[in-house]
Write a protein that binds this ligand. Structure first.
Ligand SMILES: C[S@@+](CC[C@H](N)C(=O)[O-])C[C@H]1O[C@@H](n2cnc3c(N)ncnc32)[C@H](O)[C@@H]1O
Length: 309
């Protein structure tokens, strides 16, 4: 069993030549993809490309091409085409509303804890193609906010680079805890559903995010807790849940562990008990609040933290 697992791991991490791919594609790509997917769900394999997903991570992205951006009347910025929305709504209005709602929820915390509303430097950590960051464009124009976005996937970052104005400073990051930003330079760092996927180096990431935060700056990140566990358990018959989650989790009604994780890089999932997150994160930053899932569509808790100083 141990040997066959080793072989499976080797097969999953091995680069596949385009010839082999073509044959596999022609014959049984669906079955192979499903098998790989199942293996990746249950077993930890090292990322195939070490640090991030470059533009040629999937065959389809090389040569790089995007569908046409979606133009919505009255919107100053184009919307990403549906394949570049990271699974978020294919309906344009719904996609926009969801991002706007998350931005408004963030604004509540910023107004409550930051004590300023002009000249704010804000980083969307794991911004994808800008679902939430786009809604801060008015603040960048009217209140001199500086907008930063990073993601370990080059594809959505490239999409923003090509389709958003230069006011958006976006860059492809790394799974290693490093950001190319100066110490004490950012007022607010937020992330939606990013620490839900960070299995390794979460503590180093917290310290790195703390490094770039200004004293008094805010870190707001969503996480999976008992609430998300319950949500997935209750929706365990939905394909999007079964396809992405460990059977071990879906068979267990109440979260029995302090801390639990599974899966491979972007498809990995991490769960914390609320009180454990409060205690562990509190070693690095002051935890101001752990908010139960606040939005209508939300099932993730919010960690609201501050860098003292
Ligand atoms: C579920 S998606 C959410 C995307 C976006 N935050 C949103 O709400 O629309 C998670 C994103 O986090 C990114 N990600 C995961 N780990 C990251 C890391 N260490 N640094 C930057 N981005 C990361 C993934 O590539 C992915 O785009």
């Amino acid at each position: 069993m141990k040997d066959s697992l080793k072989l499976v791991n080797k097969a999953v991490v091995a680069p596949v030549s385009s010839k082999v791919r073509q044959v596999v594609n022609g014959v049984k790509s669906d079955i192979v993809d499903r098998l790989m997917h199942m293996v990746r769900q249950e077993y930890t394999v090292m990322p195939r490309f070490e640090f991030h997903q470059p533009l040629d991570y999937n065959l389809e992205t090389f040569p790089k091409k995007f569908d046409a951006p979606v133009i919505v009347e009255g919107e100053s910025l184009p919307l990403p085409p549906v394949p570049d929305r990271m699974g978020y709504s294919a309906d344009n209005e719904d996609y926009l509303d969801w991002g706007r709602e998350d931005k408004e929820l963030l604004m509540e915390q910023i107004n409550k804890y930051l004590g300023k509303d002009e000249d704010i430097a804000i980083l969307d950590f794991g911004c994808s193609s800008g679902r939430v960051l786009r809604h801060f464009y008015p603040e960048s124009q009217a209140k001199n906010w500086s907008l930063y976005g990073s993601d370990i996937q080059a594809h959505p970052i490239q999409w923003m680079r090509e389709n958003f104005p230069n006011d958006f400073s976006v860059f492809t990051g790394s799974t290693q805890p490093h950001l190319p930003l100066s110490d004490n330079s950012i007022d607010v760092i937020y992330g939606f559903s990013v620490f839900t996927h960070i299995k390794y180096h979460w503590d180093m990431w917290l310290m790195e995010l703390k490094r770039v935060l200004k004293p008094g700056g805010l870190l707001i990140q969503t996480i999976h807790t008992e609430n998300a566990w319950k949500f997935y358990y209750e929706n365990k018959h939905e394909a999007w849940v079964t396809d992405n989650h460990s059977a071990t989790m879906l068979e267990t009604k109440d979260m029995p562990y302090d801390y639990f994780y599974y899966g491979d890089i972007c498809v990995s999932q991490v769960f914390w008990k609320r009180e454990i997150a409060r205690k562990f994160w509190g070693r690095y930053l002051t935890v101001l609040d752990v908010i139960a899932p606040p939005g209508e569509r939300s099932f993730q808790d919010w960690m609201v933290c501050k860098k003292e100083g």
